[in-house]
Design a protein around this ligand. Structure first.
Ligand code: FES
Length: 205
């Protein structure tokens, strides 16, 4: 009498269910093996804690920054200036418009939410990168009016000693100097009246 006749199953025979389970088991080991091999590679590509910190937003307390003062903080390895502009400095922005290369800030050197003449969220508080757009020198803060080395027309702003580029109090570049564009405004937002967050856009804060 054959198996087919009795309905009995040969335990050593080719049971299709058992064979499928065995096949899945082998496949599972294969996937686990690949994952185990891949894990060290993935972790070696993950950014280090230090690298993550280097790109992290920076929260800055500006409560002690008095009118006319500037402070510098580091964000992503670059200097960020925060300047508390005086009323006179703000007034000078309108006076120098005709001498600037990009007075309306049409070049993409700033987030949309700072696109007016002041290039800032709060009119008096200017936030920008302290990196000259010519060859990357650090311009100097020159808030005084008509100093001998900058001439009688100077109404205050920033001067790059490397090749003589001039910027107004909003970091807008003058015409006819080596720097081609306005100073860059980084993404930033306000956590409170006295806390500014560099690296996080206003809308996303
Ligand atoms: S790097 Fe500033 S003028 Fe050249």
């Amino acid at each position: 009498m054959t198996e087919a006749d009795t309905g009995a199953v040969d335990p050593d025979g080719p049971d299709p269910k058992r064979r499928r389970l065995l096949t899945l088991g082998v496949a599972g080991v294969g996937v686990a093996g690949v994952a185990a091999l891949a894990a060290p590679m993935l972790s070696s590509f993950a950014p280090s804690r230090r690298a993550k910190a280097a790109g992290a937003p920076v929260e800055v307390d500006i409560s002690k920054l008095e009118a006319g003062q500037m402070m510098t903080v580091e964000w992503r390895g670059k200097p960020v200036w925060i300047v508390n502009r005086t009323d006179e400095a703000l007034a000078s922005l309108g006076e120098v418009t005709g001498e600037l290369a990009d007075p309306a800030s049409e070049m993409p050197q700033q987030p949309e939410y700072v696109s007016d003449e002041t290039r800032s969220i709060k009119p008096n508080m200017m936030v920008m990168l302290g990196v000259c757009t010519h060859l990357g020198c650090a311009p100097t803060y020159r808030p005084e009016i008509a100093p001998p080395d900058l001439g009688a027309d100077w109404l205050g702003g920033f001067f790059c000693p490397c090749h003589g580029s001039k910027f107004d109090f909003a970091g807008r570049v003058y015409s006819g100097v080596p720097a081609p564009t306005n100073l860059e405004v980084p993404p930033h937002s306000y956590v409170s009246d006295t806390l500014v967050l560099i690296g996080v856009d206003q809308e996303a804060a």
